[in-house]
Design a protein. Structure first.
Length: 60
């Protein structure tokens, strides 16, 4: 039986892997399969992929 992964668990994994960046995170929202879009206080955005365990900054 597989375990269900919640959006909060993905965000908490982001906080563990990027502790400095997570201090400036304002909010997050779901963004596809096992990924979240993290908004920072300075207006930048990052997509965190739980499967690959890496983040990618989004540029305009």
């Amino acid at each position: 039986m597989s375990k269900k992964v919640t959006w909060l668990e993905i965000y908490q994994d982001f906080q563990r892997r990027f502790p400095r960046l997570s201090k400036n995170a304002a909010r997050y929202q779901p963004n596809g399969y096992l990924s979240i879009l993290v908004y920072f206080m300075d207006g930048t955005k990052m997509v965190y992929d739980y499967m690959e365990q890496r983040g990618r900054l989004i540029t305009a």
